[in-house]
Design a binder for this molecule. Sequence first.
Ligand code: DX5
Ligand code: ZN
Length: 218
Amino acid sequence: MGSPILAPSMLAADHTRLAEDIKCVEQAGCQWLHVDIMDGHFVPNLTFGPQTVADLRPKTKLFLDVHLMLDNPQEFVEHFIKAGADQVTIHVEPEYDIPGTLAKIRELGAKCGVVFNPGTPVAAVEPYLEQIDMVLAMTVQPGFGGQSFQESVLEKTKQLAAWREERNLDFRIQVDGGVNADNAPICRNNGVDTFVAGTAFFKSEDKVAFRQKVEELV
Ligand code: DX5
Ligand code: ZN
């Protein structure tokens, strides 16, 4: 299990002043930034494209963790990696060549991961565990920030942690959706080491303290 990492989600930032809000993420001492890409088909919302990532890249050293919520991620991984993504995660629900897309992400020099929705069995990601750097377990139905954390998903992160240990693998286990300082401990107890937080991070008055609580430093 890796040391805990908080990845604030840019979805909850002010989209007219992304560069300034990203400075707040850096000033809180964070190392990662989670970037949600939505296509209006796989999820009922639209967000950013490769141009946003390319424009942010020279402004920050944060590790850009790009979460693709797309029906056709295989057509976009190259654009996002060329734009500066450090890691790209792809959903297992749509029909496309998942192992080939993971291999392509690696070939292009980025880290890769698979994502599954709350209604998807954890077995859907099992075939890829040896090929990835991270599994993202969605703790809300993706599409919007500000939803309630679904604690039942933690049975699946626990299973992932058991597989990771039994098979001597070292992928990270990330949760995304409704994560806050109060539910981070139960996540950690169920194998989670990487925490996306949008609303809870950007609404918190003391962002350093928020990070320290989530990263178990206090
Ligand atoms: C949801 C996105 C999340 C979202 C989380 O579809 O994948 O990354 O930003 O936001 P909060 O933390 O507000 O639930
Ligand atoms: Zn996300």
